[in-house]
Design a binder for this molecule. Structure first.
Ligand code: FES
Length: 130
């Protein structure tokens, strides 16, 4: 599935909060994003290749997960820091390597997105798009 930045929205507390605050319906659809061969993420660490599309890929031992890169405060993109924590440049929220808030104003953790590896060995990210 190919999509541009604008089309990709990860279902997050920020997205829902924005829709609720504006009293506007938010039309979301599930999608599967092919992040390529899981073997591309073999070494432990945070991979930011897809951060502009809305998620980080995180390898920790045998675990391969995806974490939203959209701040739960007001939806800015967060950056990964040298210690694999995350920082939002908009209002200064910080998140630990698991996505838990360590400093506000954000109060919700970065959502962990469901992942799987398909029959070709590709990492599939389950997200939500508008
Ligand atoms: S949008 Fe991230 S701290 Fe406000």
């Amino acid at each position: 599935m190919s999509m541009n930045r604008r089309q990709f929205i990860v279902l997050s507390a920020a997205t829902l909060a924005a829709g609720c605050a504006a009293n506007q319906p938010v039309h979301l659809q599930p999608a599967a994003i092919d992040a390529g061969p899981a073997s591309d993420f073999a070494a432990d660490g945070v991979y930011s290749k897809f951060s502009k599309q809305g998620f980080f890929v995180i390898r920790k031992g045998t675990s391969l997960t995806a974490l939203s890169s959209i701040c739960t405060h007001r939806g800015c993109k967060v950056n990964v820091e040298a210690d694999n924590s995350f920082y939002c440049p908009c209002h200064g929220s910080s998140f630990d390597p698991a996505g838990r808030v360590t400093y506000g104003p954000a109060i919700y953790a970065l959502p962990v997105l469901p992942t799987s590896v398909d029959s070709r060995g590709h990492l599939i990210i389950r997200a939500t798009v508008i």
